[in-house]
Ligand binder design. Sequence first.
Ligand SMILES: Nc1nc2c(c(=O)[nH]1)N[C@H]1C(S)=C(S)[C@@H](COP(=O)(O)O)O[C@H]1N2
Ligand SMILES: [Mo]
Length: 313
Amino acid sequence: MPSYRAPKIAAAEITPERFFLDRRTFIAAAAGSLALSATKPSRAAALEASKSIYRVDEPATPEKDATTYNNFYEFGTGKGDPAANSANFKPAPWTVKVDGLVGKPREFGLEELLAFPLEERIYRMRCVEAWSMVIPWVGFPLAALLDRVEPLGSAKYVAFETVVRPEEMPGQSGYFQPLEWPYREGLRLDEARHPLTILSVGLYGKTLPNQNGAPIRLVIPWKYGFKGIKSIVRISLTETPPPCTWNLAGPNEYGFYANVNPAVDHPRWSQATENRIGEGGFFGANRRDTLPFNGYAEEVANLYAGMDLRVNF
Ligand SMILES: Nc1nc2c(c(=O)[nH]1)N[C@H]1C(S)=C(S)[C@@H](COP(=O)(O)O)O[C@H]1N2
Ligand SMILES: [Mo]
């Protein structure tokens, strides 16, 4: 996989207003070893790289749609609310606390998070609401971060928490509170360590916009979108399954696993098909079939061998 070290950003340069990532560096990552290697790769090798599981062979959703049609209830429940209401959110400075069943609990500053080897991953994304997108993320495997804190043998799950900042997040301060805060999510440790699971710090070669979960959010392409918790401040290793926001809010509608499964309907709607955002026509013509594990079955189905996926939905 193409990878590189992000440039070291001096702490002084990480301003409260916004931090900055060099777009050219991301483009180099996207071009990957093809651009960086001294010898010219064969056409076959280039083709093979383009078929990588990390880069789905479907057109990316227009950036405008991916950054204006969002779910981020901390900024409101409407799809346009996160883009409209997140301008005052401050994604820097930032720290992520990693604790629980680990040998080396510690905090990671933003600068350190951006220093992990970043890659571009073009993933198919599927919301539980039956719409989908294809998004070029920039990020690094969650496993790389977990390695640094040395999980103990007793650690079986990973819990995640979003920041709570009512003063910057209007959805957390209004009279109507749609969810309990902090937004929380969790994965089994083997799911968390799977190479497809990434922490994202950017999209479309740019720093992650506030509405998409700045400065750092989770991306798990074979699960429904709600598992992809945004603006993470804490990651804890646990022995038992951690509480998850949507699972708590509606246990028969949103399971802990939330693996994309066209054969298991949501109690109130079918999950068999989806609307690809940006292609137009929510109903009818542009609907496509939803794929088991969102098209990543070959890579992840073995994680669930022997499990009844209707019970463990
Ligand atoms: N903290 C937090 N994370 C969240 C949500 C949220 O409301 N709050 N919504 C989830 C849902 S339902 C989806 S589909 C994805 C949407 O991510 P995107 O807006 O970047 O496409 O974020 C997920 N992460
Ligand atoms: Mo979602």
